[in-house]
Design a protein around this ligand. Structure first.
Ligand SMILES: [Zn+2]
Length: 75
């Protein structure tokens, strides 16, 4: 999968960052590069491996760019 991460970062609103992950909220309905539907949030994993503690059940799409995992969440 080819992800234009520069474009994603410039379009999305940064929300949370810690040593393991950085998350962005998709406030402008950017479409997911995996499934073509607008996604809710993007989580970028900065460490490998990384655990995600999801508080709700979500549909996820995943891509990798430059060794980082990009997780797109859908409600
Ligand atoms: Zn998707």
């Amino acid at each position: 999968m080819d992800i234009d991460t520069d474009e994603l970062r410039s379009s999305l609103t940064p929300r949370e960052e810690n040593s393991a992950i950085k998350s962005y909220q998709n406030t402008v309905s950017v479409v997911c590069p995996a499934c073509g539907e607008p996604f809710e949030d993007l989580v970028v994993c900065k460490e490998n491996p990384t655990s995600l503690n999801l508080s709700k059940q979500l549909d996820l799409c995943v891509g990798v760019d430059e060794g980082k995992a990009y997780i797109f969440t859908h409600q």
